[in-house]
Design a protein around this ligand. Structure first.
Ligand code: HEC
Ligand code: HEC
Length: 300
C-alpha cells in the first residue's frame, strides 16, 4: 500500500472519551493493522514515478530476447543469490534477510519500542520450481527485476522502488531484463521436453497456428474471417505477438489447450484434454514460449 492511501485509511482516530479504554484499544488495533509502511526512499521514488502504469513493448525491441545473452547477465548479477542453475543456492543465499518484515517487532515499533531480534531470512526464488514458474507471466518477472520486491532481499535493477541498488540509477536496459528473465525461464524445461513439444505442435497445432507460431497455417484463412485479431496478426493464439505473450502465464495457456476455445457457438479450437496427457500438454506449452524467446545453447 502506498503511503498516501495508508494515511487515508488510518487517519480516522476516535476521541478518547468515557469508554476511552475500548476506543484506545480500537485505535491501537487499527494502527497495528496498517503497519508496516513500505519504506520508499526519495531517490527511489523519483525513479519510480515515471513507471506509473508503464507498459513495456517487446515487439519494438531490436531482437527476440536471447537466453544465452541473459545467461551472461545472470552469472554476473544474479547467481550470487539465485545460484548458478537458478536453484536458489547462491553463495549469498544463506545470509539474506527480509528488511522490515517481522510482525512482532513491527507491532512493537507502533509504541516506539525497538527490541533487538534476529531479522527474518529471505530465500531467493528457485527458477526450477514449476509450481511457482507456471503461474508467472514474463511481465510479472520483468516488474520484479525492474523494481525489486518489498520486504525481501530482491533488489531492483532498473527503477528500484524497494531495496535500491546504485542510488536508483538505471542498471539493466529493457532488453537486458528480458534476456535475463528468459534465461531463468529456460530452467523450467529441457532439450527433450522441447523436442517432444515441437513434435506435438507441428502435428496437431501448426495447421492453424502456423509452423512459425505466427497464425499462418493452411487453415488460418478461415479463422481470419472469424477472429478479428488473427486478421491483424496479433492477440491470443499468435505466439509471435510478444507483447501479448508477455502478459500470459503457462497455466492460462495450458487451460486453453485442455479446454479448447468456443465462442458464439463456434468451435475456434478443439479441446485436447482427452487426447493429450497433462505432461504432453505441458511440453507443448514449454515449446510455445520458444516463439517468444530464443532458447539457450544447452536446450537446442
Ligand atoms: C541480493 C540477492 C539477490 C540478487 C542479487 C538477485 N535476487 Fe532475485 N530474488 C532474491 C530473493 C530473496 C527473491 C525472493 C523474493 C520473495 O521472497 O518473494 C528473489 C526473487 C526474484 C524473482 C521473483 C521470482 C518469482 O517467481 O516471484 C525474480 C524474477 C528474480 N528474483 C530475478 C532476479 C534477477 C534477474 C536477478 C539479477 C539481475 C536477481 N534476481 C538478483 C534475491 C536476489
Ligand atoms: C482449428 C484451428 C486450431 C487448432 C488445430 C489449434 N488451435 Fe489453438 N487457437 C486457435 C484459435 C483461433 C485461437 C484464438 C482464439 C481466441 O481468439 O481467443 C487459439 C488459441 C490458442 C491458445 C490461447 C492463447 C491465449 O493467449 O489465450 C493456445 C495456448 C493455443 N491456441 C494452443 C494450441 C495448441 C497447443 C494446439 C495444438 C495442440 C492448438 N492450439 C490447436 C485455433 C486452433
Amino acid at each position: 500500500m502506498r503511503r498516501r492511501e495508508a494515511g487515508l485509511l488510518c487517519g480516522r482516530r476516535p476521541h478518547v472519551g468515557g469508554s476511552g479504554g475500548w476506543l484506545l484499544l480500537l485505535a491501537v488495533l487499527s494502527l497495528a493493522g496498517c503497519q508496516p509502511y513500505v519504506q520508499v526512499s526519495t531517490a527511489a521514488r523519483e525513479a519510480y514515478e515515471p513507471l506509473e502504469g508503464f507498459v513495456v513493448r517487446m515487439n519494438f525491441m531490436p531482437r527476440k530476447p536471447s537466453a544465452d545473452e541473459g545467461r551472461k547477465i545472470y552469472e554476473a548479477r544474479c547467481a550470487v543469490c539465485h545460484g548458478p542453475e537458478g536453484r536458489g543456492d547462491g553463495p549469498m543465499a544463506e545470509q539474506l534477510t527480509a528488511p522490515e518484515k517481522n510482525p512482532y517487532t513491527d507491532f512493537l515499533s507502533v509504541f516506539r519500542i525497538h527490541p533487538k531480534t534476529e531479522p527474518l531470512p529471505s530465500r531467493p526464488a528457485r527458477f526450477d520450481n514449476l509450481d511457482q514458474m507456471r503461474l508467472n507471466a514474463p511481465f510479472a518477472m520483468f516488474e520484479t527485476i525492474a523494481r525489486g520486491r518489498p520486504h525481501t532481499a530482491m533488489p531492483g535493477f532498473q527503477h528500484p522502488a524497494y531495496g535500491a541498488v546504485d542510488g536508483g540509477k538505471p542498471y539493466l536496459s529493457d532488453q537486458e531484463i528480458w534476456d535475463v528473465l528468459f534465461w531463468e525461464w529456460s530452467r523450467t524445461t529441457s532439450r527433450d521436453r522441447l523436442a517432444q513439444g515441437r513434435r506435438i505442435y507441428n502435428q496437431l497445432c501448426a495447421s492453424c497456428h502456423g509452423v512459425a507460431g505466427d497464425g499462418n497455417g493452411p487453415e488460418a484463412a478461415r479463422i481470419r474471417e472469424q477472429v478479428w485479431t488473427w486478421a491483424r496478426g496479433v492477440g491470443p493464439g499468435i505466439f509471435t505477438d510478444r507483447d501479448w505473450m508477455a502478459y500470459r502465464n503457462p497455466t492460462e495457456l495450458y487451460q486453453r489447450i485442455a479446454e479448447g476455445v468456443h465462442r458464439r457457438g463456434l468451435e475456434l479450437m478443439p479441446a485436447y484434454a482427452g487426447k493429450l496427457s497433462a505432461d504432453q500438454i505441458w511440453t507443448v506449452v514449454e515449446y510455445l514460449w520458444t516463439f517468444v524467446y530464443t532458447p539457450p545453447q544447452d536446450l537446442r
